[in-house]
Design a binder for this molecule. Structure first.
Ligand code: HEC
Length: 223
């Protein structure tokens, strides 16, 4: 009985002491020692994002919307042939017939040049033409520069006195005589002139006239 009384008294005396310690803790951690009760700083960011980042591209308007209009579809080598047959213009648009049979227009800069500059275009893993035929004509394959309009016009085998103007690869404006087309037209992986199909190393599985690419402008969009 005496023990129980002692325990009860102990608890009664202990409780106020606990309250004092608790209040002091609140004061100390909430107001620190400079007595400005700004409270414990809360983290500024919430663990759950309240603004989910947008992943869809913003809709295009004006000129950008026009640029997003679907292009024509054409086999890569057919586009090269059309450009050659139109007299290989540098900046003027030229006509070509797309896979649907409609007459579209393209330009060298926007549509043809990338066929020579881009890797993985003719097939997955394809080197760019300019890997082997670039401005370093003295040291590259066939001493030919396909990296620029002027380089393509200057042709191949540009060595010695032919450095400025080598052999014509544009068939004088006739695609069926142009090496630039004949090296790209490879039915069953074989060119019709008994030379390796370009890009060099091109597998036989690549379509005769290369991949179907998006290029040019459909007739209804042409100005
Ligand atoms: C990996 C190197 C390499 C790549 C890439 C390459 N070529 Fe060639 N190219 C050659 C070689 C080698 C020859 C000579 C082939 C032969 O023995 O007839 C050649 C020859 C040519 C010729 C004939 C030039 C002439 O006057 O005889 C043309 C045109 C040509 N390439 C165009 C291209 C085009 C277009 C591409 C890209 C679609 C391309 N090449 C990619 C190595 C390459």
């Amino acid at each position: 009985m005496k023990d129980l009384k002692g325990i009860v008294l102990g608890i009664l005396a202990g409780l106020p002491a606990l309250v004092v310690v608790f209040a002091f803790g609140l004061y100390f951690f909430g107001c620190r020692t400079n007595n400005t009760c700004t409270g414990i700083a809360l983290p500024v960011t919430t663990p759950i994002p309240t603004l989910i980042p947008a992943t869809l591209p913003a809709p295009k308007v004006g000129a950008a919307a026009v640029a997003a209009v679907p292009k024509c579809r054409v086999a890569a080598a057919d586009l090269v042939a059309a450009w050659i047959d139109a007299g290989y213009p540098e900046t003027d648009p030229f006509p070509f017939t797309d896979v649907k049979g409609q007459t579209c227009t393209a330009t060298f800069k926007a549509d043809v040049q990338r066929l020579f500059l881009e890797a993985n275009l003719w097939y997955d893993g394809a080197p760019a033409c300019t890997t082997c035929h670039n401005a370093d004509i003295a040291n590259n394959q066939k001493n030919m520069d396909l990296s620029s309009y002027a380089g393509i016009l200057a042709g191949s085998n540009r060595v010695g006195e032919k450095a400025q103007k080598g052999d014509d690869i544009l068939g004088g404006g006739d695609s069926q005589k142009a090496l630039l087309y004949l090296m790209l037209y490879a039915p069953g992986g074989q060119t019709t002139i008994n030379r390796p199909a370009m890009p060099l190393g091109r597998p036989a599985s690549v379509p005769d006239k290369g991949p179907i690419i998006s290029a040019g402008t459909p007739p209804e969009q042409a100005q």
